[in-house]
Write a protein that binds this ligand. Structure first.
Ligand SMILES: [Zn+2]
Length: 347
């Protein structure tokens, strides 16, 4: 670590410990900070080529995060946030909501027991087609295929581009480029491209097929334990970049299927952000409203204040280190960031 970075980290620690940001927050308008997790793993390295390390928090780190949330903040639900934005409920000071995208099995195996122990409610946005078919999401299959390919190059049949695969940087660039093509393709076209890629790239066998996603029984157990389950679409496109018909079926079919499996109304939605900006637009916002969603969360950073739009709610990424974690939440309460989302392959 260089001297400047060390000094900056020390300053953050002192600032968090002094309570100056907490004081500033007490003086500012009511707000909630929504945290965006994906995967919680005991052995993150085993999922590096599939889920991807950026989307994984190790179990002990997540446990420490939840201990801090239970002790220093007030955990709220997305229903609380929805009522706050309708002006029907006030939020406690230092309100934080915990969310998970994608619907990985580890959410039930590792995250839920910790949430239950600390009495922290979570909202789990599941990828409905993947849960229903017990099938890994397309970006996990694609990442694994590019990262473990035994070929020196690969020709993309959709664009004719020949991708270099001779080093890890080139592989990642090829993966991200193909993810952009997939994010805006129709579901059948995307599935065809991913099947072709996983075959023609000659990767090592996919290690977690059939065991990566939670089951419907898992989802029902989460609801019975007091957590919420919401939609993250059927197949994880960027809904702002597919046709309106395709976007509508992603939003409507996932809600309908979830309601059938869970036996209750599904009110909460999370916009996938596998590639490309923006991740939502006025047309998708209108659709979520027409379909009866009460909230939709995005990857745009920032706190949820009373003037936020319920169907385009900001959420924040989560640093792993304790001092960074606290600093990030405290500053999110106080400062208003600029607009823009955080593209996160597999987010
Ligand atoms: Zn996602």
């Amino acid at each position: 670590m260089n001297v400047r970075k060390a000094a900056r980290n020390a300053a953050k620690k002192i600032f968090v410990a002094s309570g100056a940001l907490r004081m500033a927050h007490r003086l500012s308008a009511p707000a909630a900070v929504i945290l965006r997790y994906h995967s919680i793993q005991d052995r993150p390295e085993q999922y590096a080529t599939t889920i991807g390390c950026d989307s994984i928090h190790a179990t002990p780190i997540f446990e420490r995060h939840m201990e801090l949330i239970a002790r220093r903040f007030n955990a709220v639900t997305m229903n609380d946030v929805a009522l706050f934005l309708k002006g029907e409920k006030s939020l406690p000071q230092r309100a934080v909501a915990i969310t998970f995208d994608d619907g990985y099995k580890d959410n039930v195996r590792f995250a839920a027991p910790i949430l239950n122990r600390f009495g922290v409610p979570g909202t789990f946005y599941v990828l409905v087609d993947s849960v229903d078919r017990s099938k890994a999401p397309w970006y996990c299959l694609l990442r694994h295929a590019f990262w473990t390919s035994r070929n020196p190059k690969w020709s993309d049949p959709a664009t004719g581009t020949i991708h270099d695969l001779s080093n890890s940087q080139a592989r990642d660039a090829a993966f991200l480029n193909t993810a952009e093509v997939c994010a805006q393709a129709s579901a059948p076209a995307r599935e065809e491209l991913v099947e072709y890629a996983t075959r023609s790239l000659d990767p090592v066998p996919f290690p977690h097929e059939g065991d990566l996603m939670m089951t419907w029984d898992d989802a029902r157990t989460l609801v019975k334990s007091g957590h919420a389950v919401g939609s993250h679409t059927m197949t994880h496109p960027n809904v702002a970049h597919v046709s309106l018909t395709e976007a509508r079926s992603e939003l409507a079919d996932s809600k309908r299927k979830l309601e059938k499996e869970l036996g209750e109304a599904v009110k909460h939605f999370s916009y996938p952000h596998p590639a490309l900006n923006p991740q939502w637009n006025e047309a998708t916002l209108k659709m979520t409203e027409e379909l009866g969603y009460a909230t939709a969360v995005t990857t745009t950073p920032g706190a949820v204040r009373a003037d936020a739009r319920p169907l385009a709610i900001p959420r924040t990424y989560i640093p792993r280190k304790e001092s960074e974690f606290l600093w990030h939440i405290e500053r999110t309460f106080v400062f208003r960031p600029g607009a823009g989302g955080e593209v996160h392959p597999g987010a």
